[in-house]
Design a protein around this ligand. Structure first.
Ligand code: NAP
Length: 304
């Protein structure tokens, strides 16, 4: 537990900054439930895999390769199903969709956890900036492909970030989705995380009654996410992190909460932090922007 966390008060529901994934799922028996989780092999995804499995859930564990997913399951002694899902490769995501459908297990939750952050230079995939492609478009293909596999009370949980506030002024740069003009590592990461929230809000309005979609900021946690940052900065960050950052078990709490907790079974279209409702940026609450992002994403995906 960090020094900072000792001064944080819990929210109305008793959970807060310091709550861990284990604590927020205490007393829940997830036997018979199935969760699809992306980015299962590292950071808060690996902890989410561990805790959901420990509570009896069957996790369809997705990683860039099936070997990575299998190794993650072994690492946390879980019995789930390993699957490959390389989010920057539409054919891999579509193969994952088909493999999930073939399992014939209705999904109680899809947890879009995987992500990349702050690439120092603009890199494109199919003409789209890679963070936007991986964090948003890849998950867009996955979730829209699997909506029919959700249970009647199925939940979609999308891991965004408070960094969505660092998105460009116009929110999403529809006129420069390749990120070729004035590229900024954090601006582009922020844009992709804003896209996560906008996508979730639109999805919430499109799901059947009973199904939900929510997004979240997990906190700031030392994980492999910092791999693209300047090594000096990330080492310093990691070194002082123990004083003020969340631990990985704390970082995994909000996604586990949204995927399983009975008190949010009917909450949809909202943004959470520290296992409580939080306020997202003005752009993240702009439904016209969300609608435009949805239709642009559909067009992009149709051509891939
Ligand atoms: N850590 C933080 O402080 C923080 C703060 C706010 C939001 N978040 C969000 O939390 C989520 C989890 O991040 P983390 O901190 O746990 O980072 P992490 O340890 O780097 O985990 C990220 C996961 O995403 C996977 N991934 C990356 N690119 C992928 C791709 N193209 N296809 C499929 N999987 C891919 C990684 O796989 P590989 O290991 O194979 O690369 C890894 O499993 C991310 O969405 C991130 O944006 C984190």
């Amino acid at each position: 537990m960090s020094l900072y966390s000792m001064f944080q008060k819990p929210g109305l529901n008793g959970y807060g900054y310091s709550t861990t994934a284990e604590q927020v799922t205490v007393g829940l028996d997830l036997t018979g439930q199935t969760f699809l989780l992306t980015g299962c092999n590292s950071g808060i995804g690996l902890e989410t895999l561990r805790v959901l499995s420990m509570r009896g859930g069957h996790v369809i564990a997705a990683a860039r390769s099936e070997d990575k997913a299998r190794a993650a399951l072994e690492q946390v002694s879980a019995k789930g199903t390993p699957l490959a899902c390389e989010l920057s490769d539409p054919s891999s995501v579509r193969a994952c969709v088909e493999a999930v459908k073939a399992l014939g297990r209705p999904l109680d939750a899809i947890i879009c956890n995987a992500g990349i952050m702050a690439l120092p230079k603009a890199v494109q995939q199919h003409g789209i900036e890679l963070q936007l492609f991986t964090n948003h478009i890849g998950h867009f293909i996955l979730v829209t492909g699997l909506v029919d596999a959700l249970t009647a009370n199925g939940r979609v949980v999308v891991v965004s970030s408070s960094a969505h506030q660092r998105a460009p002024k116009e929110g999403i740069r529809f006129d420069d989705l390749a990120g070729e003009k004035n590229y900024s590592a954090w601006g582009s990461y922020g844009q992709s995380k804003l896209a996560n929230i906008l996508f979730t809000r639109q999805l919430a309005g499109r799901l059947s009654k009973g199904q939900t979609a929510n997004s979240l900021h997990p906190g700031v946690i030392t994980t492999n996410l910092a791999r693209h940052m300047n090594p000096v900065v990330s080492t310093l960050f990691g070194a002082v992190g123990s004083l003020f950052l969340k631990t990985i078990p704390q970082g995994a709490a909000t996604e586990c909460y949204l995927a399983t907790h009975p008190e949010v079974a009917e909450t949809s279209g909202k943004y959470f932090s520290d296992c409580n409702l939080a306020t997202s940026s003005k752009a993240a609450q702009d439904d016209q922007l969300a609608e435009k992002l949805w239709s642009v994403s559909e067009k992009i995906v149709a051509d891939l």
